[in-house]
Design a protein. Structure first.
Ligand SMILES: [Zn+2]
Length: 339
């Protein structure tokens, strides 16, 4: 999701404030289900250990969910949030491992800035980096915006915590960002196959066609039974529709069905936004998307205008966060089904 493209920063903050009450219901679930590292490790960011070696940085106010897979011989990072966090992610990887950084591989689940704006602080340190081929030009088109975001890194870091170390890292990133280039922010390997296995690993990247964007990757740690869905799943939230990114609700349904087929009852699923869980969060997103298509089609068949449909609410939408992007989702589906 790219909040900045849809909303002004002030609107985004209001949106996040408005969803806080919903989050208060779901946050204890993750606290009890996964072990917080903050209590026993001096990490800069709040990580949850969701499986041995797998750490999730989940925070609705700070962009897409990050997953860090740490082993003594290699480290894999899924998405980079914003510049002020990217350096801290590397620092925390060092702290959690209590050892030198092993070779780092970065994977971007898609091009949206809240998943990639920190790339410039990560890619120069990475041995390998991956994104779908359609993501490459879309990431590069955001270079100026990433630099601007990095200029505000210190202020943004202060909003997250009062850690002087985090502020110091944000300052370093801010000062380096003016030299970022397309090369600095762009993954070096463009994924152009439906299924790609990262060499010498058990990690597979799946592209099921257009869904949330035209460049979605689902990351599957096959040995550990862990999946990062990218923004194909907004857990407990309305999903973000970005017509400029090639979004398609029907394609999204297909991608979710294919992602579900990778799961069993014990799979741990990291959504692009919202709380990690089991394959049930994929099923919930699939149910939402299927019902949205069905209900909007009914209204189109009845001759209801797009403006009127965009104001509607159906039972399956009850209790979800990101309320302010609901009408945007409905309008996009209306346009797709009207073509
Ligand atoms: Zn997105």
């Amino acid at each position: 999701m790219t909040i900045q493209s849809a909303l002004s920063r002030r609107d985004a903050l209001k949106l996040f404030a408005a969803t806080t009450s919903t989050l208060a219901i779901t946050s204890p679930a993750i606290a009890s289900a996964f072990r917080s590292l903050v209590d026993n490790k001096q990490t800069l960011l709040k990580w949850y250990q969701i499986k041995p070696n797998h750490y999730a940085f989940v925070d609705l106010n700070t962009g897409g969910n990050v997953l860090l897979h740490l082993r003594e011989d290699r480290c894999t990072l899924i998405d980079t949030k914003y510049p002020h966090f990217a350096g801290a992610i590397l620092d925390d990887a060092h702290t959690i491992l209590a050892a030198d950084h092993p070779p780092l591989t970065l994977i971007n689940t898609h091009h949206h800035g809240d998943h990639t704006a920190g790339n410039g602080a990560i890619i120069p340190h990475a041995k390998a980096s991956y994104a779908h081929k359609n993501a490459i030009p879309r990431i590069q088109s955001q270079l100026d915006r990433f630099k601007q975001t990095a200029q505000n890194a210190v202020d943004q870091a202060k909003q997250y915590s009062d850690s002087e170390e985090l502020e110091s890292i944000a300052h370093q990133i801010s000062s380096k960002a003016s030299s970022w280039t397309n090369q600095t922010i762009t993954p070096t390997t463009a994924v152009d196959k439906a299924v790609t296995t990262i060499p010498s690993t058990e990690i597979t990247l799946h592209h099921f066609g257009a869904g949330h964007t035209d460049n979605d990757l689902v990351v599957h740690f096959e040995n550990d039974n862990v999946i990062h869905t990218g923004d194909l799943v907004f857990a407990g939230l309305h999903p973000f529709f970005d017509p400029s990114a090639g979004v398609t609700a029907k394609g999204w349904v297909n991608s979710l069905q294919r992602t579900l087929a990778l799961c069993d009852s014990k799979t741990t699923v990291i959504p692009g936004h919202g709380q990690p869980g089991t394959k049930a969060i994929i099923q919930s997103q699939l149910d939402y998307m299927s019902q949205l298509i069905e209900q909007v089609q009914k209204q189109i068949d009845a001759g209801t205008t797009k403006e009127a449909v965009a104001e509607m609410h159906w039972d399956f939408m009850d209790g979800l966060g990101f309320e302010r992007i609901k009408s945007r989702a409905i309008s996009a589906v209306y346009d797709e089904l009207s073509q």
